[in-house]
Each structure stands twice: as C-alpha cells, then as structure tokens.
Write a protein that binds this ligand. Structure first.
Ligand SMILES: Cc1cc2nc3c(=O)[nH]c(=O)nc-3n(C[C@H](O)[C@H](O)[C@H](O)COP(=O)(O)OP(=O)(O)OC[C@H]3O[C@@H](n4cnc5c(N)ncnc54)[C@H](O)[C@@H]3O)c2cc1C
Length: 429
C-alpha cells in the first residue's frame, strides 16, 4: 500500500496543473495516469493512432480524446480562450488571477500577422467574411511562434517541433519537485469509508494496489471521471454530457486553398453569445481527411474530390451543444442532438458555406461533414455532482478537477479554464 497526502487520477491539463501547484507547496502527490509517456515521433498519423481514442455514441456521433501522459492536450489544437463570463456571474468562481498566471506561464499569444503572410486561402476567407460583416481574425494560441512552422498543420497529430504547450510541461515540473508519477496505471474506483474519500484502487504494472491519501482528486476528463465516480457508487455522475461537436465544410475554388495553412488559425466569436457557435478556418488536409471519412460512401465521394486538393478551402462550426447525453457505467455513450443543436449546426454551416462561396468556392463543390467532438464535459457538473469548491457532494475530501465539472458547454475551447480551475483548487484543497 502507498501513502500520500494527495492522490490525483489523470494527468491532463486539470490533473497535471494541480500536481504541479501542490508539489510546489511541498505537498506529497501521487499522479496516476492510465496512458504511457508515448515517445513515438509526435506529429504523424502513427503517434495520433497510438495516443488518440475515437468514441462513437449510440447515435453514431464521433468524439476524440487522448489517453497518454498529458491527456488530450498532447493532441489539442492549442486555441486559448478565457473562461465563459457565467463562471463568475452564475457560479461565483472568479478565475481572473489564475487566468493571468496561466497565460504568462504557458506563453499564450496571438498569431503574429507576419506569420500568416503565405496563407492565401485563409486570408481570402477572412476578407470574404469581412465583406459579410463577420470578424474572422487571428486566434490566441498556446504556441511559441518562434518555434512553430507556419506551413505545418499537425497540432492535432501531436506537435513535432515542441512549439505547442502540452500538460506534460506541468507533469515534468511536478515530478522535478517530488511528485510520484505512475504511468500505465488505471484507476478503478475511489475508496470511500464513512462518507470520506480515503484513496484509490488502481491497476498498474504491479497489479492491483491501494493508494491511500488524505485527499483524493479525480481528473480523468469528461469520459474518464464519470466512469470512476460511478464505479465508486456515485450514481448521479455521467449525466448532462456535452462535447462541443463540429461540422466541417469543404469548398473547392479556382485559386490556391488552405493547403499547408493552420487549422483554427482564424476564427470568429461573433456568434458565440447570440447563436451558440464558433466558426473558424480549417487546413486543407484536415478538411479533406474529414470528408474522406472512415470508409463507405464518404470515402468514394471524397476520393472524387482529390484532383481539386490544392484548391480546397475549409471552414468549421463548433456548436455549444445541449447537455443531453450521458456516459453509462460500462462506458457506452448516448449523445443525441436536440432541435436547438440541429439549428446551431444548420446556421453555422450556412454561414461557413456563404463565406466559402464568397471566397471563390464553387457552390456545387461544397461538402459538409458532421459530428466530431473533442471537449467532453458536464458529467460531474458543478451544482449537481460537485460544489463550487469542486468537492463531491456527500463525500468529504473527494474533488473533481477537469472538464467534466462544467455544468454546460462553455461555448469555447476549455483548456485555459481547466488549467485555471486547477490553480484555483490548489489554493484551498
Ligand atoms: C483533437 C482535439 C483538439 C482540441 N483542441 C483544443 C483547443 O484548441 N483548445 C482547447 O482549449 N481545447 C482543445 N481540446 C480539448 C482539450 O484538449 C480538453 O478539453 C482538455 O485536454 C481536457 O482536459 P482534462 O484535464 O479535463 O482531461 P484530459 O485531457 O482528457 O485528461 C484526462 C487524463 O486522464 C486519464 N485517464 C482517464 N481515465 C483514467 C483512469 N481510469 N485512470 C487513470 N487515468 C485515466 C487520461 O488518459 C488522460 O490523460 C481539443 C481536444 C481534442 C481531442
């Protein structure tokens, strides 16, 4: 049996940041991660295949997430967005100090204008959007632009140049300050005795073990955390599931498209509050891969588009979907889309199509691909499963610290908020 002050399940942005903050205060921490420290060369399909899991809902929606040291941050696109205003106004969680600290530590900055000089397709899309009164502008990123190659669009395959921040930075710092990192170790359940969390049951290279701790934090992400909580007898976890799904629209024009241009480099927040979606530009490779799909009709239709590859332009719509889904204790996922979700998909897709056509895409070339989500949350919501101190209702010293605590979709990429929440929790845990 192992003993520690704090044990954390999961090493994504939530778990890694918390481990770093607590280790920095001299607190003994064990950080338990199901995945390995994958060392395949990042930035290619092989590494993506090793690290990434694809989950299909009963309704055939697809979702991606990372199972590796650093969690989904190893394959994320690096877009940085401040917390939604309602974190403070409705939940009373003011993260302003933590957001400033995170921005400074991780080096969040905006795409330099010079960086995008060669991006003909993206700039044409931005000009077309401006003619329609839409601000399609360079985004803030967790990227060190001095190390980044403007013609590389591989962020979501894992960054090969080390320009994009990942939560592994915080894991390394935590370990250098004494945290005990246990890789390839799966948390099975929380040990709860007399209404108090006492540790974790884990299965790793040494078999089944108990890690006893004064405080237990579950940070296994929107999919992993509810499974652990449900296996520990907390039946109200797993509901209220959202994923921020996307549609991608591909258009083919007469001029150069978004080949070798970065995905989500330019985006528009104009529709977040009014319509519940975000739109942005998408590189030709990822757009085409989406259209090509995993087989069947989509593959045949996609292959017919190949001759136009250099002239492909891509745009995406990411909606904040309703909290209508659920994760079941056996890991099955239900994720139906509501009428409101479908309206958001429809309007976002229409806006993207109009921009593409105005930027020169042939209307008959437009192809829409629906449904990929990558921001799982809602399954351990604040106000339902945890309180605003992120402590699980009814279980002393059990906390949740990851994307699953959002009570609804934040409507924008969540990583900056998750890191800030971990810093916030570290102050009083
Ligand atoms: C393709 C893609 C692109 C994205 N792009 C962006 C973006 O541009 N900007 C942005 O802000 N966000 C983006 N995201 C979302 C972002 O990556 C996630 O929201 C974020 O990583 C969630 O952090 P987390 O700590 O909640 O969980 P995760 O990152 O999911 O980490 C959870 C960790 O727990 C581990 N785990 C799970 N179950 C167990 C268990 N039983 N025992 C032990 N360990 C376990 C997992 O292996 C994982 O390492 C993207 C996501 C994807 C998939």
């Amino acid at each position: 049996m192992i003993r520690t002050e704090v044990v954390i399940a999961g090493s994504g942005p939530g778990g890694a940041t918390l481990a770093y903050e607590l280790a920095g205060k001299g607190i003994s921490v064990v950080l338990v991660e199901k995945g390995a420290w994958h060392k395949w060369p990042l930035g290619n399909i092989t590494s993506f295949g090793t690290i990434t899991r694809l989950m299909l809902s009963k309704q055939k929606g697809s979702m991606f997430y990372g199972v590796t040291a650093g969690g989904s941050s190893v394959i994320f696109d690096g877009s940085a967005y401040d917390p939604p205003p309602w974190m403070k106004t409705e939940l009373g969680i003011d993260l302003s100090a933590e957001v400033l600290e995170t921005r400074k530590e991780t080096g969040v900055s905006s795409f330099p204008e010079m960086f995008s000089d060669k991006w003909e397709g993206t700039k044409r899309l931005a000009r077309a959007a401006a003619e329609m009164g839409i601000n399609l502008v360079p985004q803030e990123k967790f990227i060190d632009f001095d190390k980044c190659d403007p013609e590389c669009d591989d962020c979501m395959l894992g960054c090969k140049s080390g320009a994009r921040w990942t939560a592994r930075t915080y894991i390394e710092k935590a370990v250098s300050m004494g945290a005990d990192l246990r890789l390839k170790t799966e948390v099975k359940r929380v040990i709860i005795e007399n209404g108090k969390a006492k540790g974790l049951f884990v299965k790793g290279p040494n078999g089944v073990e108990e890690i006893r701790a004064d405080k237990v934090v579950v940070a296994a992400g929107g999919f992993g955390t509810p499974k652990i909580l449900m296996a520990s007898g907390l039946e109200n976890a797993g509901q209220g599931f959202f994923i921020d799904p996307m549609t991608n629209v591909m258009g083919i024009g007469r001029e150069a498209g978004t080949r070798n241009e970065q995905t989500f480099a330019y985006a528009s927040e104009d529709f977040i509050e009014s319509d519940g979606f975000l739109i942005g530009t998408s590189g030709a490779f990822l757009t085409y891969m989406g259209v090509l799909g995993l087989g069947g009709i989509r593959t045949i239709k996609g292959l017919l588009k190949l001759p136009g590859y250099n002239r492909i332009m891509g745009m995406f719509t990411k909606i904040s979907d309703d909290t209508g889904g659920r994760i079941h204790p056996d890991g099955r996922v239900d994720k139906p889309y509501s009428e409101t979700d479908e309206k958001k998909f429809k309007k976002g897709t229409e806006v993207c199509s109009d921009i593409l056509i105005r930027a020169g895409a042939d209307p008959s070339s437009l192809t829409v691909v629906k449904n990929v989500g990558g921001h799982p949350g809602g399954t351990s919501a604040i106000g339902r499963v945890v309180d605003s101190d992120l402590q699980v209702y009814g279980v002393k010293d059990l906390y949740v610290c990851d994307g699953s605590v959002f009570p609804r979709s934040p409507g924008r990429p969540p990583t900056l908020t998750i890191i800030s929440l971990a810093k916030y929790l570290s102050k009083f845990i």
